[in-house]
Design a binder for this molecule. Structure first.
Ligand code: GDP
Ligand code: MG
Length: 305
């Protein structure tokens, strides 16, 4: 899907649209918050895996707005990179590309990350500092954090939330919307939801490839969802994982199929959590030499349309 140009869609002059990046350490609740933000206000989730610079997680559109939640490919495409460096590259990219950065921290942590704070202070991108997991803290501690972080990041808007309990997450959305620039929509507003669900299924499997294998494999793999069938009791998902060489196929499958089995178990767990449904998952690993350089294959994978 190619971003719309203003000539194709003529929205009202007040239409707001922009990109939001969520940054923060692992485990602070980024995915949880993202799901709430995308889910609660869901009208459309997009189906496109990659733009040149962003990895799109979800698009929430209304008549007068479109918020594109994204991640940059750098972070996920570099699983071997040391966490710190990888995160800083992500922070850099986010501050350059995003219209708003959501900086998420665990409210129980007394200090912000110094290197992130330094980088943020140099940027003009609006920052919303989200103090998450407030359900695990006390009013006193929350107040203390707000007072302290206001001094550390005077330009940030600070909001305490519980992503898990969906407390004050609506306000996060309102703050984001307030910060969105006036801009025509970047993507079409009438995407079909089932396409997007397929997309998320593919992304979840891709994520497990990234976390389970070393660099070469994720770079050389592509996931294609071949079946996505909703039944009353179960969601049936079949996926082909394409690699470029026979040796990569062996690595992906592993000794006695153990690696692919582990991948399947983890993917099924995440898919169950995401879709809130029992999942039947079947994966096939296929070799497609040099798929990245073959235009028809790329088309098939959805990169060109
Ligand atoms: P990520 O690594 O930053 O994406 O973090 P996740 O969204 O995967 O969350 C990590 C863990 O923290 C999960 O077990 C979540 O259920 C939990 N979590 C996320 N937000 C909250 C919250 O507001 N309160 C509590 N108690 N737990 C949360
Ligand atoms: Mg996460």
């Amino acid at each position: 899907m190619i971003p719309n140009t203003p000539e194709i869609i003529t929205p009202s002059s007040n239409h707001k649209a922009g990109f939001v990046s969520i940054i923060g350490r692992p485990n602070v609740g980024k995915s949880t918050l993202m799901n709430v933000l995308v889910g609660e206000r869901l009208s459309i989730i997009t189906s496109k895996a990659q733009t040149t610079r962003h990895r799109i997680f979800g698009i929430v559109s209304g008549e007068e707005f479109q918020i594109v939640y994204s991640d940059t490919p750098g972070l996920i495409r570099d699983p071997q990179y040391k966490l710190h460096e990888s995160m800083m590259r992500f922070v850099h990219a986010s501050l350059e590309d995003a219209d708003v950065v959501l900086y998420l921290v665990d409210v129980r942590e007394p200090e912000l990350e110094e290197h992130i704070v330094k980088r943020i202070q140099l940027a003009e991108t609006p920052i919303i500092l989200v103090l998450n997991k407030c359900d695990l803290s006390t009013d006193e501690v929350i107040k203390e954090r707000i007072a302290h972080f206001t001094l550390v990041l005077p330009n940030a808007i600070i909001i305490p939330v519980s992503a898990l309990k969906k407390e004050r997450t609506g306000e996060v959305f309102d703050l984001l919307l307030a910060k969105m620039p006036v801009h025509p929509p970047y993507y079409e507003k009438d995407e079909l939801t089932d396409r997007s669900e397929r997309f998320f299924a593919g992304e979840i499997i891709r994520e497990k490839i990234l976390t389970n294998y070393k660099q070469e494999i994720p770079y050389s793999s592509e996931v294609v969802i071949t079946e996505f069938k909703e039944k009353p009791e179960i969601l049936v998902i079949r996926a082909d994982i394409y690699v470029e060489r026979v040796t990569q196929r062996s690595i992906l499958i592993g000794h006695n199929g153990e690696s692919i089995k582990k991948l399947g178990i983890e993917a099924r767990e995440s898919l169950t959590a995401f879709f809130g449904k029992k999942i039947f998952l079947e994966t096939h690993v296929k070799v497609e030499p040099d798929w990245r350089n073959k235009p028809h294959k790329l088309n098939h994978f959805g990169y060109n349309n």
